[in-house]
Design a protein around this ligand. Sequence first.
Ligand code: CAA
Length: 260
Amino acid sequence: MSYNNILTEVKEQVLYITINRPKQLNALNKETIDELSTAFNKAESDADVRVIILTGSGDKAFVAGADIKEFADFSIEQGKQLAAQGHEKLFNLVENLSKPVIAAINGFALGGGLELAMSCHIRIASDNAKVGLPEVTLGVIPGYGGTQRLAQLAGKGKAMEMVMTGGMIKADEAMEWGLVNHVTFASELMEKADELANKIKKNSPVAIGKAITAINAGFKDGINGFDVEIEQFGLAFGTEDFKEGTTAFIEKRKADFPGK
Ligand code: CAA
């Protein structure tokens, strides 16, 4: 499948998705969101993909936000639709994907860019990365889940500060805030992402999917995360991966998970 705004490549069970609009600092226009949605949906059902690494092309930006030029003359109704469709098509999709998604933040992650990174399960930043939610400088607020996910990751006080000031923080501070898990030299960013992907892909894909469901459940309204954990834990006992994992342990060999 060919795309206009993203590049995709599968290598050794890792799908690399690169947002490829470097001249616009990889800003998320509608077509890019649609293409990302298609790529993530395909990855979900592709047995050859065990981990996804998402990054931006060029050395300047992961994603500099939603495409401001595209929504500058939108009405109230169009604004609501932009946010609602974005949540559904991409941001909630990524967060709830059963396969781990690692964001490799290679520069600016602003507005919708930081919101996209925060939808991913794990974030790594290069030391030149700068992240922020500058929407209020444009007279709007974060609309792709930023008000909720930033508060979940960094706490309500930090979220209030970042959103109200519209300011950016550097990679080291983002790590102190709990926004990113690791900071690397820019030249080592993809290496670090690969290292994590390689560790993860040795483990049971089915169990990882269940863990994502259980962890996410605690952040959803009206759902008891502990109940979801009990349910998912129990279901794991009915999988081929569980048989293989426990048998391999008893036979003192490495497990080779079928992913079923
Ligand atoms: N949308 C559309 N185009 C963008 C863009 C965006 N979010 N960010 C950058 N670009 C474009 C610029 O317009 C410019 O294009 P032209 O050459 O055609 O003019 C090109 O990318 C390069 O950008 P700059 O010349 O501005 O580069 P810089 O190095 O001087 O500045 C920057 C870099 C600080 C990231 C600056 O580009 C910037 O502030 N970008 C906007 C960041 C922003 O406000 N993001 C939030 C968007 S709103 C949002 O995301 C809403 C939501 O939650 C749903």
